[in-house]
Design a protein around this ligand. Structure first.
Ligand code: PEP
Ligand code: MG
Length: 845
């Protein structure tokens, strides 16, 4: 029998103010009692007091709402204001922690009444009972309430449950948010699914993603991937529980923003044409899909995964459960180590997704279910991950099918820990070409790159994580290769052409010699370019073109200098602001900028671009409105001007390194002179207020030319700016009105289109009239085909990706300015990008 306790509960006013019926609250979620029933209060005080005694079972991370669960299991939810979650904690100071016991009248949260009133939709504070099924009758009071004294709500309780069992109750009716159109070009594949599940897990409510009749647990990566979503799918978030309302808002906003996936960051297959299966022209050619370009001549090493045996029956379920928990914990630690060995953060994200799989509730619940039925932890775990992997592998979506491999990879890691089998490190001799049915991302990440020249797998495709890793290591790879490759003997000499997607067996001596010569030629060319990279890039007729680097941090700046960079033409400062919960303060920023400046030395140019986020590049802690056209919205300098305090902090930090390098400050995405003037006036005000220290007056201030209005009005801008740097990635998308991340349009958004070249010509002409220099820091500067025309149009500086520096410098040294000018004059008059490309290809020959 359940114990029966008090049948009446009085809820005391948490704030002073006027009571308002819940039905009158201007938010349907509350007015329609979707979160719970109770009363609302228009407050005049700013200390939220506990209206009942109990335990704080949930404190929202934005600190504007919390739930107290009473000894009888009644969940009292206090929600300060409307839409206050958007303030992300600004103005709220929690005075208690989740899990803490509180007495009636104890201060729970202090908030700044004026600030919240100004910034939020309303101050109306809701006092709600989330588990309405436990209440037989609600009697809300009316009139004036005095904090800590007046009773605002009287509850007549229904049969009460055991108090101890009620804390984790998922209460209330399910709420469903509005449909969100999925922006991710490849749907919710592993990485965005992992971001979504991690965020969903922060909420206590049960959360589901709903698409038509299909539903998936939003806290489970495997379940989300199993939905097989696609760009444009209408997804709703369904929630039930004490924080359902906030969860719906947060998760819906995250979905609308692409779950942190930046444009162009979706699985980066090589050119679409190359992703098509190669066609063999002789029996000696084994064909597959190009997964990573390049050429290698090496000897075959066959690699097979070991079978791992586990007993079906377990010891006691409790013992097996603790073995499973320990193995999951150990696997997490192993993945962390592997992650620290990957230099590229984007690739490390693949392993983040693996971490998320280890904490996947659907996957672990299935394994635990097996354990509770008497199976061993290993047996139950293998059954669980195999079931989920097979489910993905059966989907009609190549990208998600390949994620089955990720589940098997994580699954095997845990399984080998449970079986006490050490996962074999792939040990090979120098000059090996690895052949496997399947390589897991972990196998690939731990390959000895000094010895493995390339690899082929019979499974997988160009978008598999294995392929992405191969590309980041710069070794050729072919996926989905003819199974005949598995029969090649260890030690056989072969030629692997990753670019064509072909493995050549039985090559003749002449073919091997030819391939080796090509490999050697490419390597020698790279070495020669690197050897000459320290010298300035001067054309045959004496024009110095400054070749500088695009970098994100000091490490890349050092690599740039080692590759011959004459400075940094674009420091993408947003990387300091990314992937964190709060903006970096002045000190942290100044330290990062100083490290970059120190890597360059005082004689090299350092162009720091101020924060370039917003729209398509959201920051979790920046409360920006959702936008229908993010590329045309608050983006680049517009965000900085909208958040002047953050902007000032960044400018102060930048100016602190003024004497360490030749400092240039650059504003992104300027469209009007007013924006430039406003941004410049903030720099001037900081310089004035800080008693301009020596050297600071030498700081140069310029702008990126990324918007057609700035290119067309370059002459006017050049009167007021010290320099321009053309962001051809954005300039191309805005000139052609083609989204740079659009799966169908991105390839047509060609910077070599005559319209974009005309914009560049206008920019150079405008700058020249006022003696200002022009750089290019978009992708075109690293494109050897585009460089002659950029120089011919009058560009003075090329800011390029670090690995491209030696080749670009070597190219400049082979060009003559006079010839480049003639070439530029010719191609800007052409009709299409195809014509321009044909002419430039002929020029290069
Ligand atoms: C550009 O738009 O060309 C550019 C360099 O900026 P980002 O690619 O960072 O938008
Ligand atoms: Mg840009």
């Amino acid at each position: 029998m359940m114990p029966t306790v008090a049948t009446r509960l009085e809820i005391v006013a948490p704030l002073s103010g006027v009571l308002v019926p819940l039905e009158s609250v201007p938010d349907p979620v509350f007015a329609q009692k979707m979160v719970g029933d109770g009363v609302s209060l228009d407050p005049t005080t700013g200390d939220l007091l506990a209206p009942v005694a109990g335990t704080v079972t949930q404190l929202h991370k934005a600190h504007h709402a919390l739930t107290i669960t009473t000894g009888q299991g009644i969940e009292v939810l206090l929600h300060i204001g409307i839409d206050t979650v958007m303030l992300k904690g600004e103005g709220f100071t929690p005075k208690v922690r989740q899990g803490e016991k509180v007495d009636v009248g104890q201060i729970l949260i202090s908030f700044d009444v004026d600030l919240v009133a100004r910034k939020a939709a309303s101050l109306l504070t809701q006092i709600l009972i989330a588990n309405v099924d436990k209440v037989a009758r609600f009697v809300p009071a009316s009139g004036i309430a005095v904090a800590g004294q007046s009773v605002v709500l009287t509850l007549e309780l229904s049969e009460l449950a055991d108090a101890a069992a009620t804390v984790d109750v998922i209460a209330g009716n399910a709420l469903t948010g509005a449909a969100v159109s999925l922006p991710n070009p490849s749907g919710l594949h592993a990485r965005p699914a992992a971001v979504l599940a991690a965020e969903a897990k922060k909420f206590k409510s049960d959360l589901r993603l709903v698409r038509g009749a299909d539903e998936a647990n939003a806290k489970s990566v495997v379940a989300i991937m199993g939905l097989a979503t696609q760009r444009g799918d209408a997804i709703k978030v369904k929630a039930s529980g004490p924080d359902a309302n906030e969860a719906i808002r947060t998760i819906s906003a995250l979905l609308a923003d692409g779950c942190g996936e930046k444009p162009g960051a979706a699985p980066d297959a090589p050119a679409a044409a190359a992703a098509v299966r190669a066609t063999p022209v002789s029996a000696n050619e084994l064909a597959g899909v190009s997964a990573s370009p390049g050429l290698a001549v090496g000897r075959i090493v066959q690699y097979r995964q070991e079978m791992i045996d586990v007993a079906e029956a377990g010891e006691t379920p409790a013992r097996e459960r603790s073995k499973l928990d320990a193995a999951l914990h150990e696997a997490r630690a192993q993945i962390e180590v592997l992650k620290s060995q990957l230099a590229d953060p984007a690739k490390a994200q693949i392993l983040d997704a693996h971490q998320e799989l280890l904490a996947d509730p659907d996957l672990t619940d299935l394994a635990i279910e097996g354990v509770s039925q008497g199976k061993s932890a290993g047996f139950a775990w293998r059954a669980a991950f195999s079931q989920y992997a097979s489910r993905l592998e059966a989907l009609d979506n190549a990208l998600l099918r390949e994620r089955g491999n990720d589940i098997r990879d994580v699954g095997r890691r845990v399984l080998s820990l449970l079986a006490g089998v050490k996962q074999a490190q792939i040990v090979v001799a120098q000059g090996s070409i690895l052949i496997a049915e399947e390589l897991t991302p972990s196998d690939t990440a731990s390959l000895d790159r000094g010895k493995v020249l390339g690899f082929c797998t019979t499974t997988g495709g160009a978008t598999s994580h294995v392929a992405i890793l191969a590309r980041s290591f710069g070794i050729p790879a072919v996926c989905g290769i003819d199974e005949e490759a598995l029969n090649l003997e260890d030690g056989t000499l072969v030629v692997l052409d990753g670019s064509k997607g072909i493995l050549y067996r039985n090559p003749s001596d002449a073919e091997i010699a030819q391939a080796q010569e090509r490999v050697a030629r490419q390597a020698a060319k790279r070495e020669e370019e690197l050897a000459g990279a320290a010298a300035p890039a001067v054309t045959t007729d004496g024009q110095h073109i400054e070749v500088v680097a695009n970098v994100r941090n000091a490490q890349e700046a050092r690599a740039g200098v080692a590759n011959g960079a004459e400075g940094v033409g674009l420091l993408r400062s947003e990387f300091l602001f990314d992937d964190r919960d709060t903006a970096p303060d002045e000190e942290e920023q100044a330290t990062a900028y100083a490290a970059v400046a120190a890597a360059l030395g005082s004689e090299r140019t350092l162009v720091i671009r101020t924060l370039d986020v917003g729209g398509d590049k959201p920051l979790p802690y920046l409360p920006l409105p959702r936008e229908d056209n993010p590329f045309l919205g608050l983006r680049g300098v517009r965000v900085s001007l909208d958040q002047p305090e953050m902007f000032r902090t960044q400018l102060r930090a930048i100016l602190r390194v003024a004497r360490m390098a030749k400092l240039h400050i650059m504003f992104p995405m300027i469209a009007t002179l007013e924006e430039l003037r406003e941004a410049k006036s903030i720099v001037a005000a900081i310089l004035a207020e800080e008693d301009a220290a020596p050297g600071r007056s030498d700081v140069r201030v310029g702008l990126m030319i990324e918007v057609p209005s700035a290119a067309v009005m370059a002459e006017q801008f050049a009167r007021e700016a010290d320099f321009f740097s053309i962001g051809t990635n954005d300039l191309t998308q805005y000139t052609l009105a083609m989204d740079r991340g659009h799966p169908k349009l991105a390839r047509k958004a060609d910077g070599l289109h005559p319209s974009v070249l005309k914009m560049i010509a206008l920019t150079c002409e405008g700058a020249r009239k006022h003696g200002k220099w022009v750089g290019v820091c978009g992708g075109m500067a690293s494109d050897t085909m585009a460089v002659p025309v950029l120089i011919g149009l009058g560009v003075d500086e090329l800011s390029v990706s670090v690995p491209a520096i030696p080749a670009i410098k070597a190219l400049v040294k082979r060009l003559s300015l006079a010839e480049c000018r003639l070439l530029a004059q010719e191609v800007v008059e052409m009709g299409t990008a195809t014509e321009v490309r044909a002419r430039l290809a002929a020029f290069a020959d």
